[in-house]
Every structure is written in C-alpha cells, then in structure tokens.
Design a protein around this ligand. Sequence first.
Ligand code: SF4
Length: 375
Amino acid sequence: MATLIDARADCDIPTRPAGIDAAARRGLRYTPEVKRATDPLYGRVKDFIPAMEWPLYAPLIHAINALKAERKAVILAHNYMTSEIFHCVGDFRGDSLQLAQEAARTDAEIIVQAGVHFMAETSKILAPEKTVLIPSLKAGCSLAASITGADVRLIKQRFPGVPIVTYVNTSADVKAESDICCTSSNALQVVESLPGDTVIMLPDEFLAKNVAAHTRKRIIAWHGRCEVHERFGLEEIAQLREGFPGAHILAHPECPPEVAAAADFVGSTAALAHYVAANKPGRVVLLTECSMSGNVAADNPDVEFIRPCNLCPHMKQITLENIYDALLHMQHEVLVDPDTIARAKGAITRMLALPRPTAPAAFKTGLALAEVEVI
Ligand code: SF4
C-alpha cells in the first residue's frame, strides 16, 4: 500500500478539488453500470481516494472516458495532475515534453491538455492539424508569464549573435524568437551543444543557475521563477532531514541552486520518478509539486512518500468537471498562428534532433554555486 505523509502537520492543502455535487449537477449518477466500468480504475487510486468518496468521482470519470471514445480524443495528463485525472482519465502521462511528443504521435483528432496553457500551445505546435483543448483558461504559469516575445527581441538587440535557449515552459511567441528549446531533462546537453562561450537561458533563473554550475560556458539568465519551486529553501531541507531520518531528498532543477546543492538527487519530473523506481528508497521527499508524490506512489507501493505541501495553483485549475465540460462542449480551443507555429517548431525540432539519453539525465549535487548574470 502506498504511504503518503504530509511534511507539515498544519498542511491545509485540500487533497481533492471542490465540487462535491459536480457529477450530479451534470445529470451524471453512480449507477451499477458506472460502478462496474470504473471499479478497475479505483484500484489505481484506492490509497488516495476514500471508498465512500469514489461515487462522487466515478460518474464523471465514466462519462469522460465515454466522450473520449465518441470524439476520438485523448487526454494528456501532466505529472502534477491530481490522481483521479492522472490515473483514471489520462491516456498519456508524463512531463511537458513527453506529452507534446505524444500529441504529435497520436492518431486522435482531439487532444485535451490536462496541464497548463503553454503545454497546450506546445501540443498545437507539434500537432497543428489536431484540435487542442484546454479545460480551464485560468491554467497559466508564473514562468511562462515572466517573459514575452517582445522581451526576447530586446534581448537579441542587446546581445547580438549570442544563442538563446528557451525552456519549454514558455509561450509559443517566446519559443518562436529562440534558437533552440530545452527541458529540465536536457538543459545542460542543449547548452553544451551550442557554439561560442556564452549562452542566454530563458526564462528560469534557477534552472539557468543550476546548469551554470555544470558548464564552463558563461550563462546569462532571465529573472523568471516557478512560484512552486522557488518556495523551497535550506531550512526546509534541514527540517525534513531531522523530522524524517533516512529520507532521500530529491529536487527539481527549478528549485534554488542552494537547494539543488543540498539535495541527494536533482532531475526533471521524469528523472525523479525514474530514481524512485530504480532505487526504491524506503522513504523519499520529492521537492516539487505535491501531487506528483501521489502519482509516483501508485507505482511504488513499498516507498514512503513525505509530501512537501506545495501545490501549483495553475495546475490545480484542471479538474474532472472542466475536463468533462471541455469534451462535451469542445471548449476551450487553443490556437496559434501558422507563422508562430513554424518558427517555434524550429526551436523545438532543433532540440529534438540532439541525441536522446537512454535514461533521464540527472544534475550533480553538492556543487559550488556559479556566477550568473541575471537580466
Ligand atoms: S509548477 Fe511552476 S513551472 Fe509548472 S506550471 Fe506551475 S508555476 Fe509553472
């Protein structure tokens, strides 16, 4: 059985979204047929959803899965989705890049992005002929909002000829102004692949600083931050080590560099999940969005997960209710103009052309902090 422990005794993060009567308000009931069809799915989430609450979720899950088949649609579920979305309606699961690649590969005509807006745009860039829907227009991202295409044009004027690497957590306009994209899995590989001794990395200041600790290249960074990962600090790591002895502390590279240096392992969400599956630590803390612990725990029932109580408010805009509404009413379609698609696709394609590692890449821990110019 998967074990989840909240790191903070006063954690006030709701484990489920609101909307107790969401299914009933849409005329959906927990009938014997719904029970029969959804019981196998309940097995995936039984450690996270009490049996008495399942009848509230099952009608929506059943209706979403029926609508998917009817409309030839797939749902791309990011690692930060809640477990009833991730395990019960998601057709493809993973980090933002894995999901975009699935968008390009799938035969489905409609893609519902259970993630945030920049991810839906990336799916549209890689699969422009498909209809891409985002269930909530409020599902933004502090990193993506930190920079615009106009900002990148000004940066290019200030640093002519210096290659620009853009994190996938950006809008299509920003990708379109960039030389190449990167993810948290391949950021170092992308930086090392570029000519010259200087690289501009946009927009995540902390990812840039964590990469800078691993390379001799001069890194110029933008001042964007992920509002979830910037909250982690050294004091929290000390408290976790004291309160949960023996726990392996794994951090995402959007965390501040001093946190990355003090963690036991640093990598993308795919790398964190891979570390847990490969090493089976008795006890683990994932210093990333809180929902991911539950999703990785379902595949690692012998591991005790300490949840850091840190949810992304943007990811949590996506619910079973609005996924159902998106499929029923075909809302909200994500559109990107063809010229932007062509230019943004170039930046993504140049990244995808690099050799792929056999396992998700890890950052080293314990490194000295690097000097980085932040603009
Ligand atoms: S977790 Fe951070 S990077 Fe991811 S969507 Fe939320 S704010 Fe953006």
